[in-house]
Design a protein around this ligand. Structure first.
Ligand code: PLP
Length: 440
């Protein structure tokens, strides 16, 4: 192994499955270029020092929602206690200040996603509302009878149901990119689905059910070649990797704050300005108008056109703080560290008889979905909970994906950069105990 000369790590080597890993003095696996100071990071998240059922909390449901660093919690508390005011509506100091902070957060999101300008970011309550916004507004303007919309077989229901409803309403057709046994989109089949009838391709960047990282740049290029627009559901990618929507060249890109260490109730969608400008409002009311008379309403320019009503102001400020924190830790560092967790956990689970990993794509985020032959996922997660381990068991709001793999549900361990390899060791031991119990 190649190590930087001045390393503070005491090097130990241990075999995990067929993988060789290096551990530091606290028994944490590090790569040849350690990038995350895990002890320091964990101290940033107060909830991680809790015990659950008398055991240290091992939180492995980050795909559902992530915990917040203290500085995000404190920033929201300070804002609410000392700075809070409504946004965009008043000429007094508190309002001006809140509006400034609100717009600063929009700028932070734009930079985080690599957007050209802050006005391309529309705040919503999260990815679900973001996709509903695009499906409804884009759909009203651009989708007609016999048009086609393409999704994939590994979408969250949030990126399935809005398109289904839109197709029913407009007489359009929904087409589905198949997925291979390994969990990768079958790109040859995707190419066959594309035609001059395709108006929209809506796929996730990272599958919440399998962990697959989809080739979104290639998907976008191919869609654009037939004149279709592209929406990328970024709910599972934004916490894990450095992004640049201009490089991907997608037309829309969604995110959820509560999956990226920010408060719940806030998220949004990037969209290219020329498209936003052509799209009609979805939710209507205050703040989204230019002028209202009893006869007629004209609409504000984007993004205000799509942000009717008083937004979740404190949550937006918290989102900005979470982005500052992620930038300080470094998205490339997060991706590299989480990859070591993925490899470590995969090797451990592959070593357990009676456990089958579902989703073995070549490119994966730090999420492992698996099936335990001896027990239903609901029993598995109940057993894991007895050991203080929070894992998700269920269909993960991706029932068509479960049908594709012939399982009613899976157990899912989804890791964040505050997780450690010891926690994956504990997960593996707990699964073994569970198998033993259910096999008796
Ligand atoms: N898309 C994906 C891939 C997800 O994982 C989720 C949530 O789990 C969503 C969409 C919906 O996100 P939210 O519940 O934050 O709106």
């Amino acid at each position: 192994f190649f190590f930087k000369q001045k390393t503070e790590y005491e090097i130990g080597v241990r075999l995990v499955g067929s993988e060789m890993c290096i551990r530091d003095s606290s028994n944490t696996v590090v790569t040849g270029n350690p990038v995350i100071d895990i002890q320091k990071i964990r101290k940033d998240f107060p909830i991680l020092s809790q015990t659950v059922r008398g055991k240290p909390l091992i939180y492995l449901d980050n795909g559902a929602t992530t915990h917040k660093p203290l500085r995000v919690i404190e920033r929201v508390r300070k804002f609410d206690a000392e700075e809070y005011g409504t946004v965009r509506r008043g000429a007094y100091k508190l309002c001006e200040h809140s509006t400034q902070l609100y717009e600063e957060s929009r700028k932070k999101v734009a930079e985080f996603l690599g957007a050209e300008k802050p006005s391309e970011i529309v705040f919503t309550s999260g990815t679900t509302q973001a996709i509903n916004l695009v499906a409804n507004s884009f759909g009203k303007r651009f989708i007609n009878k016999d048009d086609e919309i393409i999704i994939s077989n590994i979408e969250h229901h949030a990126n399935t149901v809005p398109w289904q409803i839109l197709c029913e309403e407009r007489g359009a057709k929904l087409k589905v990119i198949p997925v291979s046994d390994e969990g990768e989109l079958v790109m040859k089949e995707y190419e066959k689905l594309l035609s001059n009838k395709t108006r929209m391709v809506a796929v996730n960047h990272v599958s919440n059910a399998l962990g697959t990282i989809n080739p979104v740049k290639e998907i976008t290029q191919k869609a654009h070649a037939v004149g279709a627009k592209v929406l990328i559901d970024g709910a599972q990618s934004t916490p894990h990797m450095k992004l640049n929507v201009q490089e991907i060249d997608c037309d829309f890109y969604t995110f959820s704050g509560h999956k990226m260490y920010a408060p719940s109730g806030i998220g949004g969608v990037y969209g290219k300005m020329d498209l936003w400008e052509e799209m009609p409002p979805y939710v209507t009311g205050g703040d989204m108008i230019m002028k209202v008379t009893l006869e007629k309403t004209t609409y504000a320019k984007p993004p205000a056109r799509f942000e009717a009503g008083t937004p979740p102001i404190s949550q937006v400020i918290g989102l900005g703080e979470a982005i500052d924190y992620l930038n300080e830790v470094g998205m490339d560092n997060i991706a590299a560290y989480e990859h070591t967790l993925l490899e470590y956990g995969t090797a451990l689970l592959n070593d357990i008889d009676g456990v089958r990993i579902i989703g073995n794509a070549r490119e994966k985020a730090s999420l492992i979905s698996f099936h335990v032959d001896a027990a239903h996922p609901h029993d598995v997660v109940t057993m894991l909970d007895q050991d203080g381990i929070s894992c998700r068991g269920g269909h993960h709001c991706a029932q068509p994906t479960m049908i594709r793999y012939g399982v009613p549900a899976t157990t899912r361990a989804s890791m964040a950069f505050y997780n450690k390899t010891e926690e994956l060791d504990a997960l593996a031991e707990s699964i073994k105990k569970c198998i033993q119990l259910f096999s008796e």
